[in-house]
Design a protein around this ligand. Structure first.
Ligand SMILES: C[S@@+](CC[C@H](N)C(=O)[O-])C[C@H]1O[C@@H](n2cnc3c(N)ncnc32)[C@H](O)[C@@H]1O
Length: 193
C-alpha cells in the first residue's frame, strides 16, 4: 500500500505516519522475529499496520481513539480484514481491560502517555517479544538542553522517564535509534527455567 493511496489522507494537512527509516526498521524486525500476535497503539489511517501485516502472517490488534481515523483505517486495511482487529478506544482503557498477550508491540500513540502505558505493555508482551516505540526523541527535544516550549515540556519529560525506565529494566534489552524522531526497540528477555 502506498501512503498516497490511503483513504482519509486528504483530510490531513500533516499526516503523522511512520517515516522511511523507521518503516524499514519495523519491517526488518517483523521479518526477523516473525511474531504471531501483534499490537499497535495508534492506528491513524492504517499505514504502519499494513507494513506489519504484509511482512508476516501474524494477527494484529490496533487501537485508535479518533472516530474518523478508525473508520478510514477500516477501509484502508480491508485486504487484511481476516487478520486485523481495529479497536476504537482510548489506548489506556484498552490496556486496562486487555487480557491478551502479544509477541510484538508497536507503540505510536500519544507520546506523553508512553510512560503511563509501559507497565501494561510489559505485562502484555510475551517473553522474547519486542516493544518498538516511535518518536521517543520527539523532534530532538528529549535529549536537548535547549529551552523546550511549554506545550512540549510535559511530553519531553514523560518520554525521558519512559526511556529511563526501559533502560533501567533488567527484563528488557533496549536499543535507541537516533534517526528521524527517534525509535526505541526493547526485547523482553526470555528467562532460563
Ligand atoms: C502518529 S499517529 C499513528 C501513525 C500510524 N502508526 C502510522 O505510522 O501509520 C498517532 C495516532 O494515535 C492516535 N491516538 C492519540 N492518542 C490516543 C489515545 N489516547 N488512544 C488511542 N489512540 C490515540 C491519534 O489519533 C493518531 O491517529
Amino acid at each position: 500500500m502506498e501512503k498516497e493511496e490511503l483513504v482519509g489522507l486528504s483530510r490531513h494537512e500533516y499526516a503523522p505516519m511512520i517515516r522511511p527509516q523507521t518503516e524499514q526498521l519495523l519491517r526488518s524486525l517483523i521479518k526477523k522475529h516473525k511474531p504471531k500476535t501483534c499490537l499497535e497503539i495508534g492506528t491513524f489511517l492504517g499505514y504502519s499496520a499494513s507494513c506489519i501485516l504484509s511482512e508476516c502472517d501474524c494477527t494484529l490488534t490496533t487501537v485508535e481513539k479518533d472516530e474518523q481515523n478508525f473508520a478510514d483505517a477500516k477501509e484502508n486495511l480491508k485486504e487484511f480484514s481476516s487478520r486485523v482487529e481495529i479497536i476504537h478506544a482510548d489506548a489506556m482503557d484498552f490496556l486496562l481491560n486487555n487480557t491478551k498477550k502479544f509477541d510484538f508491540i508497536f507503540l505510536d500513540g500519544a507520546k506523553g502517555q508512553y510512560f503511563k502505558y509501559l507497565p501494561y505493555l510489559k505485562e502484555s508482551l510475551n517473553a522474547g517479544g519486542v516493544l518498538m516505540a516511535d518518536d521517543v526523541l520527539f523532534y530532538g527535544l528529549v535529549g536537548s538542553e535547549e529551552k523546550v516550549l511549554h506545550k512540549h515540556r510535559s511530553i519531553a519529560t514523560h518520554l525521558r522517564l519512559f526511556l529511563q525506565k526501559l533502560q533501567d529494566d533488567a527484563d528488557f534489552k533496549t536499543t535507541i535509534y537516533d534517526f528521524e524522531d527517534g525509535v526505541s526497540v526493547s526485547e523482553k528477555i526470555q528467562k532460563e527455567v
